[in-house]
Design a protein around this ligand. Sequence first.
Ligand SMILES: Nc1ncnc2c1ncn2[C@@H]1O[C@H](COP(=O)(O)OP(=O)(O)O)[C@@H](O)[C@H]1O
Ligand SMILES: O=C(O)C1=C[C@@H](OP(=O)(O)O)[C@@H](O)[C@H](O)C1
Ligand SMILES: [Mg+2]
Length: 174
Amino acid sequence: MKEVKIVLVGYMGSGKTTVGRIVANHLNVNFLDLDAFIEEGEKMSIASIFKEKGEIYFRKKEIEYLNKVFLKDESFVLSLGGGTPCFGNNMEFINSKTPYSFYLNVGINELEERLVKEKEHRPMISHLADDKLTEFIGMHLFERSFFYNKAHHKIKSNRNTPTEIAEMIVNKLV
Ligand SMILES: Nc1ncnc2c1ncn2[C@@H]1O[C@H](COP(=O)(O)OP(=O)(O)O)[C@@H](O)[C@H]1O
Ligand SMILES: O=C(O)C1=C[C@@H](OP(=O)(O)O)[C@@H](O)[C@H](O)C1
Ligand SMILES: [Mg+2]
């Protein structure tokens, strides 16, 4: 197989990290998660970066580390953070580097069910009461969809398992 760079975008909880790891295993290529790459490089958790340095600092770091990943002359699957495509010209940059950008399109109810259990690690939603989550996700996803829809491929989940989503992605590779 020639070099292939796959990038997964989508809202928090859409399964980028989970599905990305499966796709990378399947293709036997490196798996990179932008959040984990930033945490490793900055020696701080995402939650601490938001708390101590603020969101703008985090967004600058996302751009910086995204550029670093694409300096790698190798195949990989890269899972982004939910906000990465929505800042700077990140989506244009990604699409200029690879034909394999994928939007994991997951419905609001499914996202809410997943995120209500995991919101404390996600500074964008950790402060929200559970009963405010659906409304917030609805508005936020609406704003962000404009950027996510720039991905070359869209994968719609209808309560599919992570393995099924990974298969849908692999099937799109030529
Ligand atoms: N297709 C799926 N079906 C059910 N649960 C899923 C699916 N994909 C991911 N999850 C679960 O949803 C949560 C968020 O997944 P994660 O991969 O961290 O998403 P993201 O990186 O997009 O924020 C995790 O608990 C994960 O196990
Ligand atoms: O949507 C966002 O703005 C964020 C999503 C997170 O990644 P996941 O989408 O993997 O949760 C992480 O980058 C940070 O908490 C900000
Ligand atoms: Mg993730």
